[in-house]
Design a protein around this ligand. Structure first.
Ligand SMILES: *Cc1c(COP(=O)(O)O)cnc(C)c1O
Length: 427
C-alpha cells in the first residue's frame, strides 16, 4: 500500500479500520482539553472503561457477602483466577492448564527458577541477552549467588555485533552451543524492551534444549503484542506482566506458562502453598501437598481478587477482538508510523534512525540524532505521551486497541513543529 502523509489519508485508514470503535472502550488522559496521543502502551496500557464494573462487583460482593463471597459471589473468588486461563491460553498459544495467574512478574520468574534453574557444579550457566531489563538482571544475579555461584561466571550474555542494534539468532545459537553442557538455563526477553526486537522463540528454545538446558521466556513485552505459540514451540516456561499491552492496571496480577510436560510431576522442585493443591481436597486441610494438575500448582496464596478482576475485564476485550485482528492492525499502524517518521525526517532534514529490526511487534525505537530532552518536553506539552531514554532514544508503541492512524499523522506534525521551533531558537 502506498501511504500518504496527510490527515485525509490517515482518516481514510481510520474509516476502514475494523478496530476503530474500540477507541471508545478506553479512558484517555487529557492535555489542553484533548485526548492524548498515547505511545506508552508498552509501559502501562490505558484503562478500559469496563474495568470499573469488574472491580465494583468484587467490592459489592465483599460488602454484601463477606466470607461467603468465596463460594457465592456472582463470580466466586475461590476459582476466580481460572476464568482468566482460558482467554490467556489463546493469547499465548497454550493449553488452559499450562496457564496460571498469580503474583507479579519478577516474583513469578524467581518461583519458576526454583523449578527450572537447578544448577550443578558442572551445569550451572545461564544465557540471557546483554542489557536485559534491569529487574531480570537482578533476578538472575541473585539466583546465581543464591546457589553459590559468581554471577560474572554463571551469567553469559549474548551481545549485539559491533555497530548493530539487534541480536542475530545465529549468534545466540552459537553462544548456546559454545556453553554447551555447562548450560543450565536460557532465559531471555521474547520481545526486547529497548529496541522492540522479536526474538525467534521457537528456534532458540530448540537450540537451548538440544544441549540439555531448560528454556524460559520473559514475555512482558510479548503478551498481547505478538503471535505466540508457547506450547507448540515447546518453551519450558514463560512469565509476563499484565499492565503493558494487556491494559490491566499498574503493577497488576501476572501470568505464567508451564509446559504440559512439566505438569503432574511430584518430583519437580517448587515452592508450594495451599492454593497449589487439588481443589477437591484443599479444604480438608491435610498436612501433605497434593499438587493440582495444572500450572496452578505453582500458585502459593489465594489470589488477590481485586487485582485479578481488572485483568479479567481486559481479557474480555482481547477475547472479543482476537490477537489476529490486533496484529493485523498493528502491522499497518506501525508501518504507517514508520512512513510518517521518514517523511518528517526528510522535511526537517534531521537524522532519525529506527533501531527496531524487521522482526518487530508494536514498538519502534528511534534515535533522534541531534535532538534532546527539550524535544521530549515539547511533545509531552503538546499531548504526545512517549517514552524518552537518554540521550535521545524515543520508544513509540501505537497500541492497536486505542491508537488511530490520525494519531500517527498528528504526531508527525507535532514532532516536526518541535524540531523546527528548536532550530528557530538556536539560530
Ligand atoms: C516491564 C518488565 C518487567 C517488570 O517487572 P515487574 O516484576 O512487573 O515489576 C520485567 N521484565 C521485563 C522484560 C519487562 O519489560
Amino acid at each position: 500500500m502506498t501511504f500518504q502523509n496527510t490527515l485525509e489519508f490517515a482518516q481514510q485508514l481510520d474509516a476502514e479500520d475494523k478496530l476503530a470503535k474500540y477507541r471508545e472502550e478506553f479512558h484517555y488522559p487529557q492535555v489542553n482539553g484533548k485526548d492524548v496521543i498515547y505511545f506508552t502502551g508498552n509501559s502501562l496500557g490505558l484503562q478500559p472503561k469496563r474495568t470499573q464494573k469488574f472491580v465494583d462487583d468484587v467490592m459489592k460482593d465483599w460488602r454484601e457477602l463477606a466470607v461467603e463471597g468465596h463460594f457465592y459471589a456472582e463470580k466466586p473468588w475461590w476459582d476466580y483466577h481460572e476464568r482468566l486461563s482460558k482467554s490467556l491460553s489463546k493469547i499465548v498459544g497454550a493449553h488452559p492448564e499450562e496457564i496460571s495467574v498469580m503474583n507479579t512478574l519478577t516474583v513469578n520468574l524467581h518461583l519458576l527458577m526454583v523449578s527450572f534453574y537447578r544448577p550443578t557444579s558442572k551445569r550451572y550457566k545461564i544465557i540471557c541477552e546483554e542489557k536485559a531489563f534491569p529487574s531480570d538482571q537482578y533476578m538472575l544475579q541473585s539466583q546465581a549467588r543464591f546457589h553459590g555461584f559468581d554471577p560474572k561466571d554463571a551469567i553469559v550474555e549474548v551481545k549485539k555485533r559491533e555497530g548493530e542494534h539487534f541480536w542475530r539468532t545465529e549468534d545466540i545459537i552459537q553462544k548456546i552451543n559454545e556453553v554447551g553442557d555447562e548450560l543450565a538455563l536460557v532465559l531471555m526477553g521474547g520481545v526486547n524492551y529497548y529496541n522492540g526486537q522479536v526474538l525467534d522463540i521457537q528456534t532458540i528454545t530448540a537450540a537451548g534444549q538440544s544441549v540439555g538446558a531448560f528454556v524460559g521466556w520473559d514475555l512482558a513485552h510479548g503478551v498481547g503484542n505478538i503471535a505466540l505459540k508457547l506450547h507448540d514451540w515447546n518453551a519450558d516456561f514463560a512469565a509476563w506482566c499484565s499492565y503493558k499491552y494487556m491494559n490491566s492496571g499498574p503493577g497488576n496480577a501476572a501470568g505464567i506458562f508451564v509446559n504440559q510436560k512439566h505438569l503432574n510431576k511430584k518430583d519437580i522442585p517448587r515452592f508450594e502453598g495451599w492454593w497449589g493443591t487439588k481443589k477437591e481436597t484443599r479444604f480438608l486441610m491435610q498436612p501433605e501437598f497434593d499438587p493440582i494438575d495444572s500450572a496452578d500448582a505453582w500458585q502459593l496464596s489465594n489470589p488477590p481478587i481485586l487485582s485479578v478482576a481488572p485483568y479479567l475485564a481486559s481479557l474480555e476485550l482481547f477475547e472479543e477482538v482476537g490477537m489476529e485482528a490486533l496484529i493485523e492492525k498493528q502491522r499497518k499502524i506501525v508501518a504507517y508510523l514508520e512512513f510518517v517518521l521518514h517523511q518528517i525526517d526528510k522535511e526537517v532534514e534531521s537524522t532519525f534512525e529506527i533501531i527496531t529490526p524487521e522482526d518487530r511487534g508494536c514498538q519502534l525505537s528511534v534515535f533522534l540524532h541531534g535532538e534532546g530532552r527539550p524535544l521530549f518536553d515539547y511533545l509531552m506539552k503538546n499531548g504526545v505521551i512517549t517514552d524518552w531514554r537518554e540521550p535521545n532514544v524515543i520508544r513509540l508503541a501505537p497500541a492497536p486497541f486505542y491508537c488511530s492512524f490520525a494519531d500517527m499523522y498528528n504526531f508527525g506534525q507535532i514532532l516536526k513543529e518541535g524540531i523546527l521551533q528548536k532550530s528557530a531558537t538556536v539560530s
